[in-house]
Design a protein around this ligand. Structure first.
Ligand code: SF4
Length: 364
């Protein structure tokens, strides 16, 4: 059995660690590229959301490398994510791919439901080993998230252009390369040391909160590398969802304490949207309020074309923006999206934020 999974940012680092610790062979698909998207778009329904198309492309490319089993997250609710895995599987079957599908549905009541699902691919490994494997994958996810956060703080302040990105890439290699749980603490130290080596100066930066649909927030290919582009424009970004936080909320049922939780966003979304609309629609509004309360200069919502929960949020955000005076920009991505248009829009948005901040400073 050779297990593959879709790309979503650096998710592969923690899934590979967990599965290989549990003795499962993995095939990491090549990073998502134009080819991946073209492959998926060719065979997916035209109005399917972009993540489905990229997932399909990932599975087709992983099959070329020998993968025979797909590990996919499941879900439920008003949006299409709940039947994603099955639709992808059926399309691949029609195309002649001979994949086995394992869907990791989020546990409904107890964490033991998650452990049983993982055991579908790890065979009769002991519960203790399965728990250790999950912990190993989760610790890597947290380490990756912390490195990404530090890169977002450094980019607008770096002295040598591009040094943060080079450091981040080397630091992530350290985390990915830790083969056993006992190797991880030293790998984390080395990775932090690499990030500390970035030369920076303490200049003020415009601050922007990124909110929106999880896949497009986490996958740089899907969001046209928005975090790096903002960094190059002198913006310190933060995003409302990190992988380790999502895993803790949805798979661990909030067991890990001391990290941000989507409960916070649900609470702050209340004046604008009080109920679940699928995906991360409610968190998008809560995230916008959260960043406004932290004094961020603006908010950017990122979503795939036709994403239903985010369309709901998008229709409410203008009211939030008018009421609070927080500038909001919406970025909708699909297979037609291009770099040049985005850079122009980001430059205009950042100019507006800078002007607004100067105006506030003049009044102060
Ligand atoms: S949240 Fe949006 S992009 Fe994700 S599956 Fe649902 S509709 Fe598609």
């Amino acid at each position: 059995m050779k297990v593959t999974f879709p790309h979503m940012g650096h998710l592969w680092i923690c899934l590979k660690a967990m599965l290989e610790y549990l003795g499962v062979d993995t095939v990491v698909p090549p990073p998502s590229t134009r080819r991946t998207l073209d492959l998926g778009s060719k065979h997916a329904p035209e109005f399917a959301c972009m993540p489905l198309k990229l997932n399909l492309g990932n599975f087709m490319e992983a099959s070329e490398m020998g993968a025979d089993t797909i590990l996919m997250a499941g879900g439920c609710g008003p949006c299409r994510f709940g039947y994603y895995a099955q639709v992808e599987y059926e399309i691949l079957k029609d195309l002649g791919y001979n994949y086995r599908l394992v869907v990791m549905e989020p546990p409904e009541k107890r964490i033991s439901e998650l452990l049983s699902r993982i055991r579908q691919i790890t065979g009769n490994r002991s519960w203790l080993e399965v728990i250790r494997g999950i912990k190993f994958g989760y610790r890597k996810a947290r380490a990756v998230d912390e490195l990404e956060m530090s890169a977002m703080r450094l980019r607008p302040r770096e002295i040598i252009p591009g040094q943060t990105d080079a450091a981040l890439s080397a630091a992530l290699d350290e985390i990915a390369g830790a083969g056993r749980p006992e190797d991880l603490p030293e790998a984390v130290e080395r990775a932090e040391e690499i990030m500390r080596g970035v030369a920076w100066e303490n200049r003020p930066a415009i601050r922007v909160g990124l909110v929106g649909e999880i896949y497009t927030l986490l996958e740089p290919f899907a969001n046209l590398d928005i975090e790096r582009k903002l960094g190059r424009l002198g913006v310190e970004a933060d995003r409302s969802i990190y992988l380790s936080e999502w895993v803790n909320d949805h798979l661990f049922m909030g067991l890990v304490r001391g990290i941000r939780s989507s409960r916070l966003y649900k609470k702050s979304a209340a004046p604008y949207l009080r109920h679940f609309v699928g995906g991360h629609g409610q968190e998008t509004l809560g995230g916008a309020v959260y960043y406004k309360n932290l004094g961020y200069d603006g908010v950017i919502q990122v979503l795939p074309f036709t994403c239903m929960p985010e369309i709901v949020a998008q229709s409410i955000l203008p009211g939030f923006s008018r009421e609070t005076g927080t500038p909001v920009m919406t970025l909708i991505v699909d297979e037609q999206s291009g770099d040049a248009g985005l850079v122009t829009r980001l430059e205009a948005f950042v100019d507006l934020l800078a002007e607004k901040r100067r105006g506030k400073e003049r009044l102060a």
